[in-house]
Design a protein around this ligand. Structure first.
Ligand SMILES: [Zn+2]
Ligand SMILES: [Zn+2]
Length: 398
């Protein structure tokens, strides 16, 4: 009897041991997770892939990962938890990405374990902190900025394309490039394509000696106050070219300014080629030999173009009207036979009108008002210009 009780007792003990052993084995082996690598060496800024294979057989399981600074008891710098419930698939891959960009260099350990739910409560193996793997984070050499050299030109710039300057970090070899601006074109002295006149702008074409690119620049007209499309523009060009008048300043012609009788007779005289008068007899008290119009007026008297405003006066500073200038011109052309009615200027006016000299000017409507400079040169041009005028001209003295 005693013997049989002992045997039974031994059997129970063995069964219990087997049962306990079996439970222990089961808990230690499944569920469980195994790292596929045991040690990592990374440089700051790299992302660590921590990869595990998880075996599971309970209905509810959780895998846990903690990254500690230093050893398994150091502060936690990263963590991940995942629940598994797919009982039918007992093996699962579990990957955690750990970004080390802001991580201090040094040693880190990854702690990992699986907990499971059975018998109405969660179980966690008490020894999970034995499951550790090590990650060594190395300092990035230029974490706080590269140390670049002075750089060198790896592509020279031209006037067509930017160049490249390349700097190299003397610590890690990283290269950084920057653009070198295009160089300036090397323009030649330029070629006139359209010559500027006194009234119209022209242009000049410059060619780059390096790349042959061209650019066109406007060459301004001599006078900035003349409409180059005006009926008087060809006349002003002609008057400037022939030195009949050089304008009122370097850049203005003052087309609407009035003229004096002294001016107009001088313009006519210059348009005729500034001939020297043969006489030196001056009938006018208001014309002195040091005036610019002196020779012109003596010549005008000699040619029968003017007889003054009285036998002893010419009134050189008096405003010149349309009547005056048309009469001067008409007389300069040997008074072609025209019979105007009434006023002293009518013959000249009829002749000028019939020959189209007055077109677009205001002479007909206001013959006794001041003749502006633009119309003075227009009349001279239309009578006297070799080209472009009406070629009515007759050189006095011929
Ligand atoms: Zn560097
Ligand atoms: Zn160029």
């Amino acid at each position: 009897m005693k013997r049989s009780r002992r045997i039974l007792s031994m059997m129970i003990t063995i069964l219990f041991c087997i049962s306990l052993f079996a439970t222990t084995v089961s808990a230690a082996s499944r569920p469980s997770m195994f790292p596929e690598e045991y040690e990592y060496n990374v440089t700051q800024g790299e992302t660590v892939k921590i990869k595990f294979t998880v075996f599971h057989e309970f209905k509810s399981e959780e895998a846990h990962i903690r990254v500690h600074k230093g050893d398994g008891n150091g502060s936690i710098v990263a963590s991940s938890d995942r629940t598994f419930s797919n009982y039918s698939n007992p093996m699962t891959e579990y990957t955690v990405n750990w970004d080390t960009d802001d991580i201090e260099p040094g040693k880190y350990v990854v702690e990992y374990w699986v907990s499971f739910y059975t018998m109405y409560e969660w179980h966690e193996p008490p020894t999970h902190n034995n499951h550790l793997l090590t990650i060594n984070v190395k300092a990035a050499p230029c974490k706080n900025g590269h140390t670049f050299d002075d750089g060198k030109i790896t592509k020279s710039s031209t006037c067509k394309a930017t160049g490249v300057n390349t700097k190299t970090c003397t610590v890690c070899g990283t290269e950084e490039t920057s653009a070198i601006p295009k160089t300036e074109h090397q323009w030649d002295e330029g070629t006139i394509k359209v010559a500027a006149s006194a009234t119209a702008s022209g242009n000049k074409v410059y060619t780059c000696k390096t790349c042959k690119e061209t650019k066109t620049e406007e060459v301004p007209a001599k006078f900035n106050d003349v409409d180059s499309n005006g009926y008087y523009a060809p006349a002003i060009d002609w008057a400037f070219d022939k030195d009949v008048t050089s304008g009122t300043t370097d850049s203005t012609f003052s087309p609407n300014d009035e003229c004096t009788r002294g001016h107009v007779l001088t313009f006519l005289w210059r348009a005729m080629g500034s001939p020297n008068p043969t006489t030196s007899e001056n009938p006018f008290k208001d014309v002195s030999s040091n005036q610019y119009y002196y020779k012109a007026i003596l010549w005008g008297v000699e040619q029968g173009i003017t007889s003054g405003t009285s036998p002893t006066t010419f009134s050189p500073e008096e405003t010149c009207s349309y009547a005056h200038i048309l009469t001067f011109i008409w007389r300069s052309q040997d008074k072609p036979d025209y019979t105007g009615l009434g006023e002293w200027y009518e013959d000249a006016l009829s002749w000028a009108s019939d020959n189209g000299i007055l077109e677009e000017t205001s002479a007909t409507n206001s013959v006794e008002s001041a003749c502006p400079r633009k119309d003075v040169v227009t009349y001279l041009y239309r009578i006297l210009a070799e080209e472009g005028g009406k070629a009515l001209h007759h050189k006095v003295g011929e």
